[in-house]
Ligand binder design. Structure first.
Ligand SMILES: Cc1cc2nc3c(=O)[nH]c(=O)nc-3n(C[C@H](O)[C@H](O)[C@H](O)COP(=O)(O)OP(=O)(O)OC[C@H]3O[C@@H](n4cnc5c(N)ncnc54)[C@H](O)[C@@H]3O)c2cc1C
Length: 457
């Protein structure tokens, strides 16, 4: 037996599992296909390289810190969104673990960062008066810069007792009489317990592992939409008090749910490369000197397919591919151009009063996003205009497409353990979590299950 516990993936799920196991006396290893934190560099510099060049291993999505390393570091402490961990482990336990993760983040460099809360806010009422619903949450905003510091400090702590293998892709997982064998091409490592924490980028690979081990999976939803960018003043009354507000709107036309997602006051819009497909995302820095004049957030509509077509992610991928085909990557359009039924051009973007923070191709999102989804987004922009006047201005920028891929849901019990005893699936890869706080909490939870485990293979 090489290790007691092998963790695949060094994102928040894997990191917090390793953290909880680090002083247990168990021999623990983490395998990660990406690079160590300090070697993670996206080649986009905004000057020579302005758009995604589709690196074989994406430094934004992979490496120590996982997809969360260059994120805005918003840890939402809530059961209302960010995953359904509470369905497996209970609401109170889920919240307690998210708070525990928050304490660790503070101890490892996040001290002094602000915790925002929706409790007692008057914004809730303003939303309700306009058909909008504000979800309850506490939000710790580390910011991209402090998040990076916390990750760096956590790594220094973990490497004392945990073995890390970077640039190492696990190709397969198989069973042995006493545990599991983790394959890296021709080489293999054995362990008693195995924790798979491969995030969204490892979704396809994980599906193959589940197939090979007869672990049931079911299809999940996909979220499709745009990233909105506007002057920060327009959303200041919300972001100053709440930082991030998760607002849900039911459209009048189709009764579809549209929601805000990942709000970044004074932030930047960025591209994201998932398995070669370029989509849009956003983040912001805690350091005021790195603030921009704009705020960005996503507007998303969920789609879930079941019979006869069940590949929700495939549907989202096709839409993203279409935008990549038409725009060579991400497309940007002024809201005014969209509602007038015309494409944006370089000249129209240049004349806009909102300066884009991402270099994207001016185009026409109505040629990419299905009508029903786009109608919902437009309706929500007008609804938001009532609580944040100016949202529906002509110069508001829409970037597309933003797609949130969710992993298929892996069949797990209340220990987050598969039917194969000793094999756990956590984080976004499990389909159970979709956020930093839930993924991290699931990591701590599983580590504690392993530590309490009575059964020895
Ligand atoms: C730009 C961006 C901004 C975001 N901002 C926020 C935010 O502010 N707040 C929030 O809550 N969430 C945010 N998210 C989402 C958040 O990052 C994820 O929910 C979180 O990282 C999930 O953690 P995880 O450990 O499950 O997976 P991941 O972070 O995806 O980590 C999985 C790791 O596994 C590795 N891996 C995959 N397959 C293999 C394999 N076969 N062998 C070895 N290694 C493998 C990957 O390289 C990756 O490093 C953001 C995401 C992005 C991309």
């Amino acid at each position: 037996m090489n290790y007691d516990v092998i963790i695949v993936g060094a994102g928040p799920g894997g990191i917090f599992s390793a953290y909880e196991l680090r002083n247990s006396g168990l021999k623990v290893a983490v395998f990660e296909l990406g690079r160590p934190l300090e070697q993670r560099k996206c080649p986009i510099d905004g000057k020579k390289i302005k758009t995604c060049v589709r690196c074989p291993v994406c430094s934004i999505m992979s490496g120590f810190g996982g997809a969360g390393a260059f994120s805005d570091g918003k840890y939402n402490i809530t059961n209302q969104f960010g995953g359904t961990l509470y369905e497996h482990i209970g609401k109170q336990e889920a919240l307690d673990l998210m708070r525990y993760v928050d304490e660790i983040n503070l101890r490892f460099g996040g001290e002094g960062t602000r915790l925002y809360s929706t409790a007692d806010t008057k914004i809730k009422r303003r939303c309700l008066e306009n058909g909008l619903h504000l979800l309850d949450a506490q939000v710790r905003h580390l910011g991209t810069d402090i998040n990076y510091v916390v990750l760096g400090n956590l790594y220094q702590e973990l490497r004392k007792t945990v073995d890390f293998y970077f640039n190492t892709t696990i190709t397969a997982v198989s069973r042995t009489d006493v545990g599991y064998k983790i394959h890296v091409g021709e080489t293999s490592y054995t362990c008693r317990y195995c924790v798979l924490s491969v995030g969204r980028s490892g979704s396809k690979w994980l599906e193959g592992v589940c197939d090979s081990l007869n672990i049931e999976t079911k299809s999940n939803r996909v979220d499709i939409g745009v990233r909105v960018e506007l002057p920060a003043e327009i959303f200041a009354s919300l972001t100053d008090e709440l930082y991030e507000s998760k607002i849900v709107y039911r459209t009048q036309k189709f009764e579809d749910m549209v929601r805000t997602f990942c709000m970044n006051p004074h932030g930047v819009v960025v591209t994201e490369n998932t398995n070669g497909i370029v989509t849009v995302n956003g983040h912001s820095y805690e350091d005021p000197s790195r603030h921009t004049e704009n705020t960005n957030f996503a507007l998303l509509v969920s789609k879930h397919f079941s019979i006869p077509f069940k590949d929700s992610n495939g549907y989202g991928e096709s839409i993203a591919r279409l935008s990549n085909m038409l725009g060579g990557g991400v497309i940007v359009q002024r809201f005014g151009d969209l509602v007038r039924g015309r494409r944006s051009t370089v000249a129209r973007i240049q004349e806009s009063f909102v300066t884009p923070t991402l270099t994207a191709t001016p185009g026409d999102l109505s040629l990419v996003i299905p009508k029903r989804i786009l109608d919902g987004i437009i309706e929500m922009i007008y609804a938001l205009d009532k609580i944040a006047p100016g949202t529906a201005n002509d110069d508001t920028l829409l970037y597309g497409v933003e797609v949130k891929f969710y992993n298929m849901e892996v069949e797990l019990d209340s220990n987050l353990e598969t039917v194969c005893k000793g094999l756990y699936v956590i984080g976004d890869g499990s389909g159970v979590t979709h956020s930093l706080s839930h993924a991290s909490a699931s990591g701590v939870y599983v580590a504690r299950q392993i530590l309490n485990h009575e059964y020895i293979c």
